[in-house]
Design a protein around this ligand. Structure first.
Ligand code: ZN
Length: 372
């Protein structure tokens, strides 16, 4: 009896130590493990320079890029096949109608494995991580960056799927979140240690790694903040009723944010509209749809309906504020989808197919959302 108790006590203590170690490792780089990371592509005149890190060493490789085309390359020590297009990435329209199916995943925060699990088990991608959803629309609702340590893997996958989906008349919409903007503006509060080490080894700031002449940087700078599919609006955080005062539609929001990512802090601060768009009440940060959040303004039902009416939609899908599961509220006008993927072992996605909405899990369980 005594021995049995001791045995369980030891197991219990070991579990505590194990769990704590897991927690501690979440945002740390193991100093004894050599870093393999990248690749990062930088565009020059008629050529591209690829930089990546192999066993803590920066490897630089130039590739000649002649004419307009898609170039594929593999790199020693890094998994996967990488594809880049020599032409400028396209800015997609921000509104689509007659879409028969869409899948929304939000706030991935570098949790590549969880993202793959959700996409693969729900057959958006196949076993080779290639596009398998025909003419479906995949919406990545912002905040791929920060916290986790597989941001680059996430970016390359989304980048590839976007090109592949186009071939099937499908689309991948990667919307900007507050963490995309922070990294592009070289704000490092939430950056995983791994990427600080990467920047240090490459002798560049993170802002330079994602500069407009980098592949990721120029691609991210084509992205929208708000899109509309059928009668549904998608935005990372939420839209403050104040937007109506500015008489600004979502296309104007998209252009203003895109055109000012590289504006100085002062320019944004002293321009009332830009200050709003990039600030706490703007579409990348606003939390006023949710109770119990620090917000300058808790939105009211009539304000929300007015806003949705102005935008010509009857639902809005948002991420950014963590929920236990996908559960529409505000008389089903708001569908929140940030379900804590950032932990690495949680998180759901929203699926719309044949006129029906589902919350889907990584294990393929799906539950129809019943609207009242
Ligand atoms: Zn966010």
């Amino acid at each position: 009896m005594q021995n049995k108790r001791l045995f369980f006590l030891i197991i219990f203590l070991l579990l505590i130590v194990f769990c704590n170690t897991q927690e501690i490792q979440f945002n740390k780089v193991d100093q004894n493990t050599k870093l393999n990371e990248g690749p990062y592509v930088f565009w020059g005149d008629g050529d591209a320079t690829i930089k990546y890190i192999l066993n803590d060493n920066v490897v630089t490789q130039d590739i000649a890029v002649s004419g307009e085309g898609i170039f594929s390359f593999k790199l020693e020590g890094l998994e996967g096949n990488f594809e880049i297009a020599s032409f400028q990435p396209e800015i997609y329209p921000s509104s689509f109608s007659d879409i028969s199916k869409f899948f929304v995943i939000s706030d991935i925060h570098g949790q590549f494995d969880r993202m793959v699990e959700l996409l693969k088990n729900n057959r958006i991608i196949d076993a080779n991580l290639d596009w398998a959803w025909g003419n479906g629309h995949l919406i990545i609702l912002g905040d791929v960056f920060d916290r986790g340590d597989k941001v680059t893997e996430c970016l390359w996958l989304i980048h590839k799927l976007e090109m592949q989906a186009n071939d099937w008349s499908g689309k991948v919409h990667y919307l900007l979140g507050n963490h995309e903007i922070m990294v592009l503006q070289n704000e490092l509060q939430y950056v995983n240690e791994k990427y600080k080490k990467t920047a240090e080894l490459m002798n560049m700031s993170l802002g330079e790694i994602y500069s407009p002449n980098s592949e990721f940087g120029r691609w991210l700078r084509t992205k929208h903040t708000i899109i509309k599919l059928n009668d549904v609006l998608f935005v990372h955080a939420g839209i403050h009723p104040k937007l109506s005062y500015y008489n600004y539609n979502y296309q104007a929001v998209n252009n203003s944010i895109r055109n000012n990512i590289d504006s100085t802090k002062d320019k944004i601060k002293y321009n009332e509209l830009l200050n709003f768009l990039f600030g706490n009440d703007g579409p990348l940060w606003y939390r006023g749809y949710f109770m119990d959040t620090k917000t300058s303004h808790q939105i009211k039902q009539d304000e929300l309906l007015h806003l949705l009416g102005e935008m010509g939609v009857n639902k809005i899908v948002v991420g950014h504020t963590i929920q236990d599961f996908i559960n529409p509220f505000f008389k089903d006008n708001v569908i929140p989808v940030d379900t804590n993927i950032q932990t690495g072992n949680k998180g759901e996605a929203l699926l719309y197919e044949n006129g029906i909405y589902y919350r889907v899990k990584a294990n393929t369980d799906r539950e129809q959302l019943i609207f009242k």
